[in-house]
Write a protein that binds this ligand. Structure first.
Ligand SMILES: [Zn+2]
Ligand SMILES: [Zn+2]
Length: 190
């Protein structure tokens, strides 16, 4: 499939300034764009998650064509949610590798590195992924960032537990934040 760079594709250095994991943000935007502009030939195999994602948000004509081909093909089966099985998962995985390499390269700039260490955020999964891509002494910055991130999550969770003991029913935002840190944003990766 040939595909133009989606209009929504922001440079990673812009995304890091948001209060979320930049890889999660980039993948979410990529995913939304892919679904929104889905062509009938973009996917033949898909997992449960991505069948529902396109049913909900992709152009109806493309989805109807894709689903029809599947239904009339006696060999067709839903596949596992994995890059080597689902066409969607595969595209997401390729974009992730691209973005990880992009950010690893940008981290050669000490200014960005120190800014990230002090203010940035990565989810656990993508923080580890980025660390694995960095040469020599650079991983330490990301490890420091991750330590700060997990310290912040511990703090807000302990705070929440205290509040709950006092009978407060708040907490959705904090729990979502912790989930985002632990397992990446909803629907991004298993
Ligand atoms: Zn992430
Ligand atoms: Zn999938």
């Amino acid at each position: 499939m040939k595909r133009e760079a989606p209009a929504a594709r922001l440079p990673i250095t812009t995304i890091v300034a948001r209060n979320s994991c930049p890889i999660c943000v980039a993948l979410r935007e990529f995913h939304n764009d892919l679904v929104k502009h889905l062509e009938p030939d973009d996917c033949g195999t898909f997992c449960n998650t991505h069948a529902w994602a396109i049913a909900r948000a992709a152009p109806a004509e493309s989805v109807a064509t894709i689903f029809l081909r599947a239904v009339i093909n006696p060999e067709w089966r839903a596949v596992a949610r994995a890059p080597n099985q689902c066409d969607f998962c595969k595209k997401l995985h390729e974009e992730k590798e691209l973005r990880l390499n992009e950010i690893a390269q940008q981290l050669g700039d000490p200014q960005l590195r120190y800014w990230l260490r002090d203010y940035g955020m990565f989810c656990l999964r993508h923080g580890r992924d980025v660390t694995g891509k960095l040469p020599q002494d650079l991983p330490r910055t990301i490890q420091e960032l991750m330590a700060r991130n997990s310290g912040e999550i511990v703090e807000i969770l302990e705070d929440l537990l205290q509040q709950l003991k006092r009978g407060s029913h708040a907490g959705g935002g904090v729990l979502g934040r912790a989930a985002e840190f632990l397992v990446a944003q909803r629907g991004i990766e298993d």
